[in-house]
Design a protein around this ligand. Structure first.
Ligand SMILES: *Cc1c(COP(=O)(O)O)cnc(C)c1O
Length: 365
């Protein structure tokens, strides 16, 4: 008998997360120079991080012999100033992935359930299953969240509902008004996790103030990250804003030093560089036009996206992906999301987008 067979069934049945292929891995596999590889597979900011964040990283190196501030005091002060919240409402995570895990650690257990949409972010079922809780997957509507169906799927055992807005990998978006109406419908025994990993990319007319809703909805948790628009994916920082009682529970199950000192310093500096975020959003807006015009010219179907990526239909996604990889272009196959005929491409620099477009033309020829 193998020791592994003694692990709970719900652990042994977990399918591991499939990350975007690292540049170094494709370089090894195909013998392509790293400098000639374009990675548009993980929704990273093609500008990297802001210069202010980079300076903060360098300065923080001097203190690496010490433990980080497990209470994330300085970053919390900066977040409180920005969002008008209290430090007791904040949880800082090792990426927002950590926030999602902490939610399930604090609120789920065998016999309880979480509700999420089909084609929604892969970490929701992963984190739910890791607690032995039951995942209720709700059918999507035009590849996005069907909020009425999600509200109807809640049972007395449900403790968490996950909503990604915009959603990854489909890029779909639900309006602030629809979310507010949903919160009014959801029973107070259910925590609504609003995952806003791409919120900095929203167009001005799409913006809504979810943090202001916390006063009315103590069962709301807003999750954000420094990995996407802020360009700090490699450092791993995210945060939650919630009711103090919710944040307190999550902080009890959090590792005492879950975020490194370099990551904390970089995030604080990045938060202060609003010009960088505006520049990143504008680059993304132009790149989205460049990519979707090219997809249209190739006669391909795509899903309108509010994020920094777009998902498009190619039919033979495995074959097209292989061809793109041979040409040194990494995108993301999303068969694991129930979309075996689609690929997701992140918006890159104009020249990276052009490389992808040309490679896709070759792949389809
Ligand atoms: C990328 C992503 C995250 C998590 O990213 P972190 O790097 O862990 O902060 C969370 N939710 C969605 C929808 C994402 O796409």
């Amino acid at each position: 008998m193998s020791i592994a067979s003694l692990a709970p069934d719900y652990i042994r049945s977990i399918m591991p997360y499939q990350p975007g292929k690292p540049i170094s891995e494709l370089a090894r596999e195909m013998g392509i120079e790293e400098a000639n590889i374009v990675k548009l597979a993980s929704n990273e900011n093609p500008l990297g991080m802001s210069a202010q964040a980079r300076d903060a990283v360098h300065a923080a190196v001097a203190e690496l012999g010490r433990y980080p501030d497990g209470g994330a005091f300085a970053l919390k002060v900066a977040l409180c100033r920005r969002f008008g919240v209290k430090p007791e409402q904040l949880v800082v995570g090792n990426g927002s992935n950590d926030i999602l895990e902490l939610v399930t650690l604090a609120f789920l257990a065998p016999g309880l359930s979480a509700v999420y949409s089909r084609h929604a972010f892969a970490v929701y079922p992963l984190a739910t299953n890791a607690r032995g809780a039951h995942g209720i997957e709700v059918a999507a509507q035009n590849f996005g969240h069907d909020l009425d169906a999600m509200a109807a799927a809640i049972t007395p055992q449900t403790r968490v509902v996950f909503i990604a807005n915009p959603n990854n990998p489909t890029g779909t978006f639900v309006s602030g008004a629809a979310l507010e109406a949903f919160l009014g419908q959801v029973p107070r025994h259910v925590l609504v996790v609003l995952d806003e990993a791409y919120t900095e990319y929203l167009a001005p007319e799409q913006r809504y103030d979810s943090i202001a809703w916390l006063d009315r909805f103590p069962n709301l948790l807003v999750s954000r990250t420094f990995s996407k628009a802020y360009g700090l994916a490699g450092l791993r920082v995210g945060y939650a804003v919630a009711h103090p009682d919710v944040a307190d529970l999550m902080n009890r199950v959090r590792q005492p030093f879950n975020v490194s000192s370099i990551a904390l310093a970089a995030a604080e500096a990045a938060l202060g560089d609003e010009e960088f975020i505006a520049r990143s959003a504008e680059l993304n807006r132009r790149g989205m036009v460049q990519l979707t015009e090219a997809l249209a010219a190739m006669g391909l179907e795509w899903i309108p996206s509010a994020g920094n990526f777009v998902t498009f239909k190619v039919g033979d996604a495995i074959g097209v992906n292989q061809s793109l990889l041979r040409q040194g272009v990494i995108v993301r196959p999303i068969a694991a999301y129930g979309m075996p005929h689609w690929l997701r491409v992140s918006i890159g620099l104009p020249e990276e987008n052009a490389r992808f477009i040309e490679a896709l033309r070759q792949a389809l020829a």
